[in-house]
Each structure stands twice: as structure tokens, then as C-alpha cells.
Ligand binder design. Structure first.
Ligand code: C5P
Length: 317
């Protein structure tokens, strides 16, 4: 059996609208998800024993069952017990570059890489829809992370339609290393404040999700109109995170005043991203915001939109 190295890219949300409640306790969403070049590296190695082992170089990443990558491996063991009994376990090593609990799907993309890697290691030959179904059992963003690129996501976030790729935009990310926001908290806080305005009936929910396919930001993406995309960025979760987390709104204001094409919080935050037309524009914005914020705990990354999800970079015997 072979060992595999995979690249697992982060994502940002160009759009996140909360429509209403779902019977399963989650929210009905319409989102536009975008892969970026900032990525973790995952190494998967077969081990002859019946165990799943996980290592990560980052102190905030759990090295047990609470890690979503571990749960992805456990799910494969549950689904394919005979193959596991024949081939034995896996050792997972995660080289973490994506900030943790940041709204960038770091855990989700690691889990997606484990599904792809174990599928190859055990020669299961799973189809893309089969991998998507397994991914949806692990989390709402995991199906997107498999194929990546630019996509419209509806339902819980797991129903995907590809959009034309936008790989020529640059992005600056900024996050205070001491800030972490719990995604369940952000959604609960949103429900508590805005639940009264949720769409209640299934027919309206469906038509709102369908209308998104021809909505203004999708049109801007189809036309590759960067200025319009930037104007139409939207994230409902900002309404609960920005007022309660002043450092996040300060960062957002700083990017706005430094010439960002557009700026927004990603997912449930606390990462703020700012769009730029070139690497030079992105670097300049990063320098200006750094000088304005003057906080050594705020970390920055300059990266680019990507049209790819999980990539296998090597397979060795
Ligand atoms: O699916 P995932 O585990 O990534 O979701 C994390 C949390 O975000 C959920 O436990 C839920 O509180 C919230 N969520 C939601 N509706 C969604 C997706 C996530 O309420 N569609």
C-alpha cells in the first residue's frame, strides 16, 4: 500500500445569507464559497495495526477523536470494516498553515483530504457523489472542500453548484491570534436576534435558494466583474460577531480605509479578508493595515483565489 501527500486548501465566504431554520436544527443557507491558495499539507501513511494515529505541529489542533480529520478516518473505518481489517490503520500528519477556528474551513478541508487519501490508499474507487455523501456526514463545508474552486452552496451548505472560476483575484487575510469564535455560538446568537424574521415555509425557502442562481453576485462572478463582486460581498454572521468583537470590526474598518476592493468577515470569523487586484496591491494593503493596527498579535497572509480543492501531490510505495 502507498503513502500519500495531499494539499488541503482553505476557503473564504464571498456570500453567506441565513434564510431560516431546518428540521435538523441547522440553518438553511445560501453561500458562495471560494478556495484560496493558503493550504495545509496532509501526509497519510499505512500502518499495519488496527489504529488511527494523528499528529499535528500546531498546539491548538487536537490530536484525538475531537479532530475532524480523525473523525473522517473513523468514518471510513465504519463504512469499510472489511477493507480496514485487511489493510490495517493509517497515520495522519497535518502540517498546519491555515489558522485554527478562523472561519476558513481548516478542519473541514483536512477531513476532506482524509476521505480522498483513504479512498486512494484502500483503492476503494469511490465516485465523487459517494465522497460528497461521506463528506456531508462530517460537516456542512466538507463537501465543498473536496472539489473547491468557486461554488454556490445551498441547504446546510452541502448542496453545491459550480460557478466559473475566479482565480485571478488576490486576498489579504488578517486574524488576531488570540481570538477564536465558536461557529455554533455565532449561529445561535443570530437565531436569538433575527430568528423572528426567518423564512418559515418550505416553498419560499426553496424559491429564495433558487433565485440566488441568478442573483447579483452570481451575475458579477459570471461576468468576472471584480468591482461588482467586491460590492456584493455579504455575510449575515457579521451582524452578531462585529458588535460583540471590536478587534474584528476595527480590522474590517482598517482594510476599508486602505483601498480594499471589498472586505468582509469569512464564515463565523474572526478572520477578515480583503480583496485586491494584484499581488502588489495586496502587499501594500497588508503593510498599511499593519501600520494602522500596530498589534503584534494580528497575523496577516497574502494569498490568491484558487480553482482547486484537495490535490494529491505524491504517492509513494
Ligand atoms: O456543519 P458544521 O459542523 O461545520 O457546523 C458547525 C455548527 O454551525 C453547527 O453545529 C451549527 O451550530 C452551525 N450551522 C448551522 N447551520 C448550517 C451550518 C452550520 O446552524 N447550515
Amino acid at each position: 500500500m502507498r503513502s500519500y501527500s495531499l494539499i488541503a486548501p482553505a476557503k473564504i465566504n464571498l456570500y453567506l445569507e441565513i434564510l431560516g431554520d431546518r428540521p435538523d436544527g441547522y440553518h438553511e443557507l445560501v453561500m458562495i464559497l471560494q478556495s484560496i491558495d493558503l493550504a495545509d499539507k496532509i501526509d497519510l501513511r499505512p500502518i499495519g495495526t488496527d489504529a488511527i494515529r494523528i499528529h499535528c505541529d500546531h498546539p491548538q489542533v487536537p490530536q484525538d477523536q475531537s479532530n475532524l480529520a480523525y473523525r473522517a478516518a473513523e468514518l471510513m473505518v465504519e463504512q469499510f470494516p472489511d477493507v480496514y481489517a485487511r489493510f490495517g490503520g493509517v497515520e495522519i500528519s497535518i502540517q498546519k498553515n491555515i489558522p485554527v477556528a478562523a472561519g476558513l474551513a481548516g478542519g473541514s478541508t483536512n477531513a476532506a483530504a482524509i476521505l480522498v487519501g483513504i479512498d486512494m490508499m484502500w483503492q476503494l474507487g469511490l465516485t465523487q457523489p459517494e465522497l460528497q455523501d461521506l463528506a456531508a456526514k462530517l460537516g456542512s463545508d466538507v463537501p465543498f472542500c473536496l472539489g473547491g474552486g468557486t461554488a454556490l452552496a445551498t441547504g446546510r451548505g452541502e448542496q453545491l453548484s459550480s460557478l466559473p472560476s475566479l482565480d485571478s483575484l488576490y486576498v489579504v487575510l488578517a486574524k488576531d491570534r488570540n481570538l477564536m469564535i465558536s461557529t455554533p455560538w455565532a449561529y445561535q446568537a443570530y437565531r436569538a436576534e433575527f430568528g423572528h424574521s426567518y423564512v418559515q415555509d418550505a416553498k419560499t425557502l426553496k424559491s429564495r435558494a433558487e433565485r440566488m442562481h441568478s442573483g447579483p453576485i452570481v451575475q458579477a462572478i459570471i461576468n468576472k466583474n471584480h468591482a461588482q463582486i467586491a460590492q456584493r460581498l455579504h455575510n449575515d454572521l457579521e451582524k452578531v460577531v462585529l458588535p460583540t468583537t471590536p478587534p474584528v470590526s476595527q480590522l474590517r474598518e482598517a482594510f476599508e480605509s486602505c483601498g480594499a476592493l471589498g472586505t468582509m468577515m469569512s464564515g463565523s470569523g474572526p478572520t477578515i479578508f480583503a480583496l485586491a487586484t494584484s499581488q502588489a496591491h495586496a502587499n501594500e494593503m497588508q503593510q498599511q493595515v499593519k501600520a494602522m493596527i500596530r498589534d503584534p498579535d494580528v497575523e496577516f497572509w497574502v494569498t490568491k483565489f484558487s480553482n482547486r480543492g484537495i490535490q494529491v501531490v505524491s504517492a509513494v510505495n
